[in-house]
Ligand binder design. Structure first.
Ligand code: ACO
Length: 429
């Protein structure tokens, strides 16, 4: 809280109210409006929360105008160049980079929890083979509440941290199990001699009939993608996790809700939608046509992978991932006509007045699908990759909320339905 106050006056009643201004360490000043209903009798209306902060947080800072993203103060550019996913996970969870002893302990802890209860595999096998993996993920992660309810006294910080670590550890195992169920492959158990991303790739792609060696290029690329997707402050899925968590619900149930929110094409589902869109465009000669469709108010088509609620300048993750996409394609010796198409789409859209004036730039998901495709990840699994990484953000934000006294999240509404009326019996309707 600062000393600054903003006074608002209701001209109809002549009453005034001094609203305190909350100033974080960085970012826009924010009005504390809690006293508004009780003092002036007004609520505020902000659909989509475009102007509303739902919490205070010390985890991630974004300046959308300047294209800045920092985890616990560290710029994403530095973390993606110098750190690794598990170190970033420790940072997001605890607030500080680990010492070497802490790194060792944390890696051991996460590795210890990589296996899933055998009965979970039975649960997974109950899904139809062509179930969307995000539907399976939401169901299976929600069901963890039924498997790991021991050691979950929500009032106990050590129990909460254990639940958080369990989710970070088990998410790749569950994701790979969902994929293998779809493929009809036998269960692959986590090999704890491998690191986090290598282990995940091994569980995804190894088959008993052949020797499988994890590609270092793929493991490195996944580590980078996981760092970039690890947290993004109060986005739709994280806000969902916080909202569900604010009811006192089990963390596994809260994260399952986050997975459901992430699945939408306006959020994490965009990476899958980008490739579907590139397929639909089909050829460089048709890029202009689709840019025109995106600009047409009467056409629901949007350029997937473009625009962001917060970034009104280049998404810093997109710059990193764009360079990585080229590197991965080059290192794998793969060329992808979809990459050429994506580049042409980016070029035309970035020059187009509609996109320029609305500040619509490619976001992180414009390129991530291209890398996942090059690494052999099937399209329906793209958003699952995002979910594995974002689990770290979800559980960090959930832990932070649990440590701060937080009221249940309960927005208000502007009711514009029917006024009071009397029931009419069916004969008289
Ligand atoms: N293509 C064409 N026009 C667009 C696009 C787009 N991708 N995105 C926004 N616009 C236009 C809107 O039509 C609107 O125009 P108007 O002012 O004339 O009505 C204006 O830009 C503002 O758009 P909003 O939808 O109001 O912006 P909002 O902040 O609510 O939405 C969102 C952000 C959902 C990301 C949007 O840009 C979008 O749908 N993008 C495509 C989906 C996508 O890539 N999602 C991934 C987001 S990143 C992530 O979750 C990891």
């Amino acid at each position: 809280m600062s000393d600054q106050r903003v006074v608002i006056t209701d001209e109809s009643s002549g009453k005034s109210l001094e609203l305190p201004v909350i100033k974080g360490t960085e970012g826009e000043p924010t009005l504390q409006i809690k006293a508004l209903p009780s003092t002036l009798g007004y609520f505020t209306y902000d659909p989509g929360f475009t102007a509303t902060a739902s919490c205070t947080s010390k985890i991630t800072f974004i300046d959308g105008g300047k294209g800045i993203l920092r985890y616990r103060g560290y710029p994403i550019e530095q973390l993606s160049e110098k750190s690794n996913f598990l170190e970033v996970a420790f940072l997001l969870l605890t607030g500080e980079l680990p010492t070497s002893a802490e790194t060792e302990d944390f890696e051991e802890d996460i590795t210890y929890h990589t296996m899933i209860h055998e009965k979970l595999n039975t649960f997974i096998s109950g899904f139809h083979y062509d179930a969307h993996p995000m539907a399976m993920m939401a169901g299976v992660v929600g069901s963890l509440a039924a498997f790991y309810h021991d050691k979950l006294d929500m009032e106990n910080p050590a129990h909460r941290l254990l639940a958080a670590k369990r989710m970070i550890a088990k998410m790749p195992t569950i994701a790979a199990a969902c994929y293998r169920h779809h493929m009809g492959w036998p269960t692959a158990y986590p090999k704890n001699s491998l690191n986090y991303t290598e282990r995940f790739l091994d569980m995804m792609f190894s088959v008993p009939a052949e020797k499988y060696e994890v590609s270092p290029v793929a493991a490195k690329a996944f580590d980078l993608l996981f760092i970039l997707h690890a947290d993004h402050e109060q986005n739709a899925s994280t806000s969902t996790v916080r909202l569900v968590g604010s009811t006192g619900a089990n963390p596994y149930a809260s994260v399952a809700a986050g997975i459901s929110a992430l699945w939408g094409p306006a959020h994490g589902g965009a990476n899958e939608a980008v490739l579907n869109m590139l397929d639909e465009i089909g050829d460089i000669s048709r890029v202009g046509l689709f840019v025109d469709k995106a600009k047409d108010k009467n056409d629901p088509f949007r350029l997937m992978g473009f625009g962001h609620r917060v970034y009104k300048n280049y998404d810093p993750r997109a710059s990193i991932i764009r360079a990585a996409a080229y590197e991965v394609l080059e290192e794998l010796g793969a060329s992808d006509p979809l990459m050429d198409l994506a580049m042409e789409l980016e070029r035309i859209a970035l020059e187009d007045e509609y996109f320029v004036t609305k500040k619509l730039y490619p976001n992180v998901d414009f390129y991530s699908g291209i890398i996942y495709k090059a690494l052999g990840i099937p399209r329906s699994m793209f958003t699952v990759m995002f979910a594995i990484a974002r689990t770290v953000g979800w559980v960090s934000q959930w832990l932070e909320q649990e440590e701060t006294p937080t009221p249940i999240g309960r927005p208000r509404q502007v009711y514009d339905g029917q006024p009071a009326r009397d029931y009419v019996s069916v004969e008289s309707r």
